[in-house]
Design a protein. Structure first.
Length: 201
């Protein structure tokens, strides 16, 4: 669906001389990503309205997307897979937030964030096979990941010690889910490499 819409939009852009036909493929891919992300955020927005979690949903989306953009991690091979992964992660955040906050499981929050932080610091950035990074990009992404993690930890420590609002839980889940997706990506990449070596031998 996204591919069809993106192709139609890029075709109109070419027809109206807004873009060059030789670059149509790149614009089509970019439009596919935009449409997919738009659908994800619209669904999150819809759920946040009916569950009265607009602020929490916005904060989670911001924290998770910023950290994931520079730390890397699992990317589905299909837009449906990407949509489902994002939605499951978001809904899991809402469930965990309500469960932990209602029972004030401070220990679980600390375990999630402090167990996940070393994983992100050591592995970041996890590259996408389809988009390898050069050395300068790796250093840049790693440094930004370090800065973001430091900021998240500082806010988490302040909130959990003085306010204990849902913010600390959202931060903990953002870091935890990012680390899980990073590990999952590495596992899948190693399996693909092993399978490729077996096929080659």
């Amino acid at each position: 669906m996204f591919k069809f819409l993106a192709q139609e939009l890029s075709s109109k852009l070419v027809t109206n001389n807004i873009i060059d036909d030789s670059k149509r493929e790149y614009y089509t891919y970019g439009l596919e990503l935009i449409l997919n992300d738009t659908m994800i955020f619209l669904m999150i927005g819809f759920i946040s309205i009916i569950t009265h979690t607009i602020v929490i949903s916005f904060v989670f989306s911001l924290l998770f997307c910023c950290l994931r953009a520079f730390s890397g991690g699992y990317h589905s091979k299909s837009y449906l897979g990407c949509f489902c992964t994002a939605l499951i992660n978001y809904i899991a955040m809402l469930i965990i937030t309500n469960l932990i906050f209602s029972k004030t499981y401070i220990v679980l929050e600390n375990i999630m964030i402090f167990a996940s932080t070393p994983i992100i610091l050591i592995l970041s950035p996890v590259e996408n096979i389809n988009r390898p990074l050069d050395i300068s990009e790796k250093n840049k992404y790693r440094n930004i990941s370090y800065i973001l993690i430091s900021i998240y930890l500082l806010i988490f420590i302040i909130d959990i010690n003085f306010f204990h609002s849902k913010l600390s839980i959202v931060i903990a889940w953002s870091v935890f889910s990012t680390a899980v997706l990073m590990l999952f990506s590495i596992i899948l990449q190693r399996k693909e490499i092993q399978n490729h070596e077996k096929e080659s031998s």
